[in-house]
Design a protein around this ligand. Sequence first.
Ligand SMILES: Nc1nc2c(c(=O)[nH]1)N[C@H]1C(S)=C(S)[C@@H](COP(=O)(O)O)O[C@H]1N2
Ligand SMILES: [Mo]
Length: 175
Amino acid sequence: MNRPALLLAFALSLFAVASPAQPPPIGTPSHSLRVGGAVKASADLDLAALKQLTPHDSGPTTVVCASGATMGKADNYRGVLLTEVLKHVGIKLDGHKDDRRMVIVARATDDYVVTFSWNELFNTSIGKEVLVAWEKDGQPLSAKEGQLLLISGQDIKTGPRHVRWLDRIEVVRMP
Ligand SMILES: Nc1nc2c(c(=O)[nH]1)N[C@H]1C(S)=C(S)[C@@H](COP(=O)(O)O)O[C@H]1N2
Ligand SMILES: [Mo]
């Protein structure tokens, strides 16, 4: 490198160090779903692995914030039911009365967290519409939408349990 170029590189590197880190405008997109906790064996399911499971289409869905504001609409989200993911990995159960102790925690890369109970997912109709989605209206989810997201279609307000950048499912056995 010649002298002016060297000086320029030096000045640029100083600038990079001096300028404060900008917060990312969006969350970190999620490229896989780690499933852990009270499961038979922890798993890290990438898109290809999720697509091996039985796909599910949500049909028309509106995302409504807890405030009542409509945040978005889709004709369809495509993904796999959370119950299918959990059946695939296998919840670790210690006897007939253990399932009902389980809390299922869904977490995003920005640490946004929502919870479900085992009964809610496997013993009410809510579970039939809790979807881990990778596609909206035939298109892969954008980075802003999370790349992977979770949505609970039967909720009164669908915004709260619409988890962008979904990357972890934790099964917690209540003591
Ligand atoms: N990862 C993540 N998901 C999130 C949030 C968040 O802060 N982080 N906000 C929630 C809120 S408050 C609402 S109302 C809906 C709105 O969806 P949208 O922001 O994608 O329109 O997303 C939910 N999902
Ligand atoms: Mo919200």
